[in-house]
Write a protein that binds this ligand. Sequence first.
Ligand code: URA
Length: 410
Amino acid sequence: MHVPTFIEQKRDGHALSADDIGEFVRGYASGEIPDYQAAAWAMAVFFRGMNPVEISALTRAMMHSGRVLAHPPGSPPKVDKHSTGGIGDKVSLILAPLLACDGLWVPMISGRGLGITGGTLDKLESIPGFRVGLSEAESAAQLAKLGVVMIGQTADLCPADKKLYALRDVTATVPSIPLIVASIMSKKLAETLDRLVLDVKFGSGAFMQTRAEAEALAAALTAVGNEMCVQTSHLLTPMDEPLGCTVGNALEVAESVATLQGRGPADLVALTLDLAERVANSSRAALARWLEDGTAWKKFVAMVEAQDGDATTLERMLDVHPSPIVRDLPAPNAGRIAKLDAGAIGRASVLLGGGRAKASDAVDYAVGFSAIRKVGDAVAMGEPLMRIHARNDATLAAALAQLEGALVVS
Ligand code: URA
């Protein structure tokens, strides 16, 4: 393939053939095609877009750039969920074991937090000993035994996406729907699923700021999944205030434990059930019952133990990860909470050390926010709106400055 012609075609707004897309992805993954040509091509896609046939071809090529999970013939339906990311979004930790209680297999491959949104892997790794880097054989054995495994992307899963995503990150080509769709769906489809539910978020704490943008992304993601014979559905969910009452790695594990023990906040429980029922065999009532009667909690404990995590720490995550500074943030006046800006809370969480500004940053498991109230709640003057967990005075001050104007009681 003559790469400059391939780039030129997209630059001039023409559709690319599936064969050429496949060859380009193979060439880029192998190192034959250099970064500068891939960057020029990504920018051409950013401006010109791709039609559904091109998006499918790109997704397929990226998915087949590495290994694809193989499940034994006759095994239960394989299901998963993907969220485009939000503040306090710990749904995966609850939903994966819950769906395994339904006799389904959940081979969940998750990512780390980057920017304001947290990552499932970081949350899981706040559990002492928990291993997200299982071998393919270990994952397969655990799936057969428990019906659930939660792991990270391995080097041989969608390597083309890994390379292209890193390039997009430094060439201002991340926010392109075709490139986002191929990136997300290649990884999910490499799990070899029967059903997938997508949680596409919109609002101040989401990748997509408006509902219209989220709708366009959801439609494109869903179309590719269904086209590739995975029963794919989606929900569009608002992300203007944090989900649940905590933001931060260990704090979110603690809240997930409470939810798995039937004591979860209403919004988190509702969203988990909304998503789970899209891919479950059983009814919503059965799923809700498994959250309340200890069934899902036992499955989570079994999964943590199987992945070498110390399950005895699960009910004392705040003792395992204590924050030197814990401070309540009081309501400035009496009234109803009008705003708890998720984007600002996410940025404040990064400033506390709970998230990553760049991929190589370490995260502090202890810090974040707890006891976050909900928009619409009535509060008295001085009543805490949330509790801040900080490592030191400097990060506390930076987080407080970030929250200026973000919490409104009117
Ligand atoms: N998440 C991904 O995995 N890829 C993207 O392109 C954007 C978000």
